[in-house]
Design a protein around this ligand. Structure first.
Ligand code: CAO
Length: 443
């Protein structure tokens, strides 16, 4: 039986009074749950708001140019007897430029990291098609104040190719950007790259794998698509170097075990990662360049006075990086509680974009799984990321004899534009000293 439901703006993270720049549907449109219906844009981010239900749009109560906040009514829809889902998924935030691991709420490399800059938006769920409203114009302010006129499908096409529309000259009526304009822009970028400055890579040949045996085509998850683009940008735009080191965690492990009962009583898991978060803050204080981002001009460092640490979390749909804020001000149990709660919600796909923004430095721990060393990709616009592998008992020479010590492998990848090799070696050296004697976090 048909039921009228109000469509409200879901949690959009830290953003307030965000402007509506596009309305993708109109009264009478049939929409699917998670299909984008409205596009919002702050000075930092663009995000598409998905429909919370399957159904037919009855009314859209907002207009392009209106400013909205979480909980505001956007319109109403008749949900018919379709399956309802009241907990609308959070809007997908994505960025224009390049970040790294995960469905990270992406921040472009050129943005001061105080505010993560999400972007265009994620594709609708696999199998669901975004249906732009016919004639849904889409104008927004481009860099330099020019107005960009492009339909949602052209915006999506440009995003898929990593093209920033403010750089494209539109040849359509009133300067509207057409698909041909985006193609021409890509072509000219590729050609320019061949001459020197840019990146010119020939496209991979299309291979029909079914010629060699049975195959099945599976769409990538939404998270993988977002994180893939982010990782790719980081990989090609950030000159990476990885510094390896190891830390003796024999004493830390004794301390951790001595706290195990207390943690159990509080129903908390005090894993080595919690101690590493505190140790990383000590190292960031000592080497503040690691707690910085390049500004938009690429000529200044934005030095952060806060310590928000991103933690890479493996989820069934892909990697996400929730951010634990003010790690310097929190105790071990508090951090364990927060990380436990965040990783649970990450695995349930319930993190809001705001919870994945504003990080200073990321830790990616594969210690619970295994392996020796790995080279994580910097989560731009951060400038360094710590990869932690599984600790192993090893014979360590103490000057007189070998003794068994529990050694933790570390891999620190960093942006070589900001961090020099010597600095990185000092950072990991300092970090392993702090981890080896965790009392040093008090210094
Ligand atoms: N060495 C040895 N043991 C370790 C360890 C290490 N470095 N790190 C964790 N462990 C142990 C833990 O103590 C725990 O053991 P107990 O159950 O006996 O206490 C076990 O391994 C499992 O830990 P965990 O992985 O569940 O917990 P965590 O706090 O270490 O990590 C989280 C939490 C969310 C980061 C983790 O579950 C995760 O998702 N890791 C994957 C991140 C990832 O995919 N990174 C790759 C990014 S690049 O593509």
């Amino acid at each position: 039986m048909a039921e009228s439901k109000i469509i409200t703006l879901p949690d959009v993270g830290e953003f307030k009074d965000i402007e509506i720049i596009e309305i993708l549907v109109a009264a009478g449109d049939q929409v699917e749950q998670e299909q984008s219906i409205i596009v919002l844009e702050s000075d930092k981010a663009t995000m598409e708001i998905p429909s919370p239900f399957d159904g037919i749009i009855e009314e859209i109560k907002v207009s392009v140019g209106d400013r909205v906040n979480e909980g505001d009514a956007l319109g109403s829809m008749s949900t018919g007897d379709s399956k309802l889902k009241d907990d609308a998924p959070p809007p997908a935030a994505e960025t224009p430029q390049a970040p790294a691991p995960a469905a990270i709420a992406e921040t472009p490399a050129s943005t001061p990291a105080t505010a993560a800059e999400p972007t265009p938006k994620a594709d609708p769920a696999p199998g669901k098609k975004l249906k732009p409203h016919p004639g849904a114009g889409s104008s927004s302010a481009g860099a330099g104040g020019n107005t960009i006129h492009a339909s949602p499908s052209i915006r999506r096409y440009a995003r898929e190719l990593g093209v920033r529309l403010e750089q494209v000259i539109g040849s359509g009526p009133k300067g509207r950007i057409l698909k041909a304009d985006v193609k021409a822009f890509v072509k000219s970028s590729m050609t320019a790259g061949g001459g020197g400055g840019g990146l010119s890579v020939s496209s991979a040949p299309e291979i029909d794998h079914s010629k060699f045996g049975e195959v099945e085509l599976l769409p990538l998850s939404r998270i993988k698509k977002i994180s893939g683009a982010h990782l790719h940008r980081s990989w090609v735009t950030v000159p990476h170097v990885t510094q390896f080191d190891e830390a003796d965690i024999t004493e830390l492990e004794k301390f951790r075990k001595s706290l195990a009962k207390e943690a159990e009583k509080k129903a908390l898991r005090l894993t080595p990662l919690i101690f590493l978060m505190k140790a990383v803050v000590s190292a960031l204080r000592e080497y503040p360049d690691f707690n910085a981002s390049l500004d938009a001009s690429g000529e200044n460092l934005v030095m952060k006075k806060y310590f928000h640490i991103g933690i890479a979390v493996d989820t069934p749909n892909g990697l996400v990086v929730p951010v634990v804020r003010n790690v310097d001000q929190k105790g071990l149990f508090e951090l364990a509680a927060e990380l436990g709660e965040l990783s649970l919600r990450a695995r349930d796909g319930k993190l809001s974009p705001g919870e994945m923004q504003g990080g200073c430095f990321t830790i990616s721990s594969l210690g619970g799984i295994g392996g020796t060393y790995f080279t994580p990709i910097v989560n731009a616009p951060e400038v360094a990321i710590l990869g932690v592998s599984r600790a192993k008992m090893q014979p360590v020479y103490n000057g007189a004899e070998f003794e068994p010590r529990l050694m933790l492998p570390l891999g620190l990848s960093y942006d070589h534009r900001v961090i020099d090799g010597a600095q990185a070696a000092r950072f990991t050296n300092f970090l392993s000293q702090v981890i080896s004697d965790i009392r040093r976090v008090l210094l």
